[in-house]
Design a protein around this ligand. Structure first.
Ligand code: MG
Length: 284
């Protein structure tokens, strides 16, 4: 049986406890590397990341603004960024699908695309006939469809890579409300002989909800045959589909994606004061 310490020894007990605590903390810190004097250095000289002023999000009634380095494809005023848009109309700051597919005059490779779209209200038709359009990167379609309480084949609903994969979830807003796609696109690359060097990848947020996570595309997305890759320039137009439904779009902008730039000035090393040790010569 143990006994409580006599009341008279409280001060010295407290000092000893504090000292023990400090020793324990120092031991713990040393073990976790906090107190290590050596610093790991990468040997890379990075370029300063460019400063970008973020945009503002859209509200129900008002489109937001793009980041400062975005290429604006549609801001509610005109269709100057698009080819083939003669039959497309602008109504209340939104562009309305006309009688043919349109495509951007400028071509884009790896990029971030923001696009907002609204299915017709009241809804007309069903399955693939309701609010169908599409966002294409060259020949690859991210489906646009009124998938609010509208059954269709799953790899053909909103957020699907058409006939390749369904979205992970259905994050659709009702007809008439604005949906938002935020897309990260990695363009495929081809070898000189036409063979595939690296496939396309896509990540999609639908209304802020992830529906595609770095999905590897199997090829293009036609209706009537399996997907296949055919050599093309990594930079392609972004295209919007006419599928016979007056889908509306607003606040469309794109940013080209480039990996951070840097050059290796030396191999990775550890530094401890004046002492530098190449990482390759350590066991770390
Ligand atoms: Mg479509």
């Amino acid at each position: 049986m143990t006994h409580a310490a006599p009341a008279g020894s409280t001060a010295s007990t407290s000092k000893r406890a504090t000292l023990a605590l400090l020793v324990a903390l120092a031991t713990l810190a040393a073990a976790s590397g906090v107190c290590r004097a050596e610093e790991y250095l990468t040997g890379m000289e990075w370029q300063r990341p460019p400063v970008v002023t973020p945009g503002t999000p859209s509200t129900k009634d008002k489109p937001g603004t793009p980041p400062s380095d975005a290429v604006v494809l549609f801001d509610g005023k005109d269709l100057a960024a698009w080819d083939g848009a003669e039959t497309w109309k602008i109504e209340d700051g939104a562009m309305v699908v006309g009688r043919n597919m349109i495509e951007t005059k400028e071509h884009f490779g790896d990029c971030q695309l923001h696009i907002e779209w609204s299915a017709p209200t009241p809804p007309v038709g069903e399955s693939q006939g309701r609010g169908n359009s599409g966002v294409f990167f060259g020949p690859y379609e991210l489906q646009v469809l009124d998938s609010y309480e509208n059954e269709t084949y799953y790899d053909g609903q909103a957020g699907a890579i058409y006939k390749q994969t369904p979205p992970m979830v259905n994050a659709m807003r009702p007809p008439g409300q604005w949906n938002v796609y935020d897309i990260l696109w990695t363009a495929p690359r081809f070898n000189d002989d036409g063979s595939l060097k690296s496939p396309a990848y896509i990540t999609v947020l639908h209304n802020g909800v992830a529906v595609q996570n770095h999905f590897q595309l199997l090829g293009d997305t036609p209706f009537d045959r399996p997907p296949q890759y055919a050599k093309h320039d990594p930079k392609q137009p972004i295209r919007l589909q006419d599928h016979g439904n007056p889908v509306r779009f607003r606040n469309i902008w794109v940013r080209e994606l480039k990996a951070p730039e840097g050059k290796r000035t030396r191999e990775p090393y550890l530094r401890d004061g004046d002492k530098e040790t190449p990482l390759a010569k350590t066991a770390k």
